[in-house]
Design a binder for this molecule. Structure first.
Ligand code: ACM
Length: 534
């Protein structure tokens, strides 16, 4: 199957990539680890992904979870989350209590953390008698729990009872993120993914302290979220996908279920309705309201871009968008709505600017902040609006001007963060218009010093989008996301001072056994010395 998708500069970039020597894109694989190094020694702090801001092991001290251990917690939901995972794998009862009734075991406390950990960080203390996670806010406690889970043997996250021992390296970790926004995006428009498939991916991104989940809910090939009063968006506009399959959509109850599931993992959902381009499914469903000639285009199942546009001069377009945005705002507790804005090649530049200016106000009128692909920076942005940079260049005058005007920028350079780019020319899934992206390339850049005029203080964070023209199953998602998602999550969380490919490659290798236990169908990059058997 071929995917004749042609985005701006795509062919030129692909041609350039083809000229690069292969050695520029892949590095020499280190020798494989021996099996004996894998299980016996407790996981060292140096294996944690993302690397903590500071970690001090206590030599000789370890904690071993025992059958009588209890979990004491100020946040019952987090205690229950941890207990559910560890009960399955240890077979222990692991009762969850409020603090103060018992001692020892695992304590998850909203007191006593240093101020330096902020709203999202935590402190983890491991001694022979117990593990204590302290945080200022529940989100930080949840991140501390992810660190604790990584320090336990991989089998601790398994689905069946294992034999242990469930031993954790002793010491102290004080940890907090570099950026407030650490995101992953899933395109459920090109191919539809069920609620269960989306939850599986949410579980996986949570392992690496990703805290924002962007759902690309509408594109030319399908509209995936029910909007009351506009039923044909889903019953007709959602009825197909790339390649002509039957598509699908989420009811509002299903969307709310996803939002709640993500929230239990301290992940905020950001819904995207792409506009004014990428709108064929909506135009096909409501041509009288949304197209300038009132004629319905056929449903589209190919992979070209740039051919559709909402009619920016019709008042009915804005009435429609007000309905969509107000309903999504009501269903979405997080601060952001994503308004797309990319590749609007069938919208005149002046119309595009007027459209984005107006939609930005509609979003604000429903109490939300807009994120848009970086082309929105050509409009007159509110300083609160966030351009998401996705180009393959390292300078963009409009984005730099937006940063100067106070906007924070979300970094998703396509050649580095797009999880749908092939790893090598022989990767079966994915595309290559932004180049080939092995894991070292995805890791080896600095989001705070990448784009001219967009310094560290102007970066909101980093997001790894996964477009799904060629992606049709959870195994496909996992193959493209792992290991790169872990690399990008580390760029979003860890201080630049920890940045080191050799050390990161070792941390990544340590994730292999966990991904095996979790059934994550990851790409075994030859750039990483995966432990044997993982
Ligand atoms: C994009 O990849 N068109 C945002």
């Amino acid at each position: 199957m071929s995917f004749p998708r042609i985005r701006r500069s795509r062919l030129a970039v692909a041609a350039l990539a083809a000229l690069l020597p292969v050695a520029a894109l892949t590095s020499v694989a280190a020798p494989a680890a021996t099996a004996a190094t894998v299980a016996a020694v407790p996981t060292p702090f140096s294996s944690i992904v993302p690397a903590p801001a500071s970690a001090t092991p206590a030599s000789g001290a370890t904690y071993t979870l025992a059958s009588g251990a209890v979990i004491s917690t100020d946040v019952p939901g987090i205690g229950d989350y941890l207990a559910a995972i560890l009960r399955r794998s240890t077979g222990y009862a692991l009762p969850v209590h409020t603090p103060g009734t018992t001692s020892g075991g695992i304590s998850l406390l909203l007191s006593g953390a240093p101020a330096s950990v902020g709203d999202q960080g935590y402190q983890l203390d491991v001694t022979a008698s117990g593990v204590t996670v302290r945080a200022g806010k529940a989100a930080g406690l949840f991140s501390g729990v992810q660190t604790l889970l990584q320090l336990l043997p991989a089998a601790a996250q398994g689905a069946t009872v294992g034999s242990g021992p469930w031993t954790v390296t002793g010491g102290k970790i004080v940890d907090y993120p570099r950026y407030a926004y650490r995101g992953a995006m899933l395109d459920v428009a090109r191919h539809f993914f069920t609620v269960a498939q989306v939850k599986r991916y949410i579980d996986q991104i949570a392992l690496y302290k990703v805290n924002q989940f962007h759902l690309h809910l509408a594109d030319d090939q399908g509209w995936r979220i029910a909007i009351n009063g506009w039923d044909r968006l889903t019953t007709y506009g959602g009825s197909t996908q790339v390649g002509g399959g039957s598509g699908g959509y989420y009811t509002q109850a299903q969307y709310s279920d996803l939002v709640a599931y993500a929230a239990q993992r301290y992940i905020t959902v950001i819904p995207e309705i792409d506009m004014p381009g990428h709108t064929n499914a909506a135009e096909a469903s409501y041509p009288a309201q949304l197209t300038c000639d009132g004629k319905a285009p056929p449903l589209y199942t190919g992979t070209d871009v740039g051919f559709s546009s909402l009619c920016t001069s019709k008042e009915s377009t804005y009435q429609f968008l007000d309905a969509v945005i107000s309903q999504l705002a009501a269903l979405t507790p997080g601060p952001y709505l994503h308004i797309g804005g990319d590749e609007a090649k069938s919208t005149k530049p002046a119309d595009y600017v007027a459209f984005v200016n107006r939609v930005q106000q509609i979003v604000a009128s429903h109490g939300k902040t807009s994120i848009g692909w970086h082309e929105v920076a050509n409009a007159t942005l509110l300083p609160s609006t966030v351009p998401q940079f996705w180009d393959t260049t390292t300078s963009n005058a409009a984005v730099a001007a937006a940063a100067k005007n106070g906007s924070k920028i979300l970094m998703s350079p396509a050649n580095l963060t797009y999880l749908d780019m092939k790893y090598t020319s022989s990767t079966k899934l994915g595309q290559d218009w932004a180049g080939l992206t092995e894991v070292k390339k995805a890791y080896d850049w600095n989001p705070g010093a990448y784009l001219s005029g967009v310094g560290e203080q102007s970066v909101l964070g980093i997001e790894a989008p996964l477009w799904t023209e060629t992606i049709t199953s959870s195994a496909d998602i996992e193959y493209m996301a792992f290991p790169r998602l872990a690399a990008l999550a580390e760029l979003g969380w860890s201080p630049q001072s920890t940045h080191n490919w050799t050390a990161f490659g070792k941390r990544l290798a340590a994730q292999g056994p966990l991904w095996k236990v979790l059934g994550i169908a990851y790409y075994k990059s030859p750039q990483v010395s995966w432990p044997s058997g993982s």
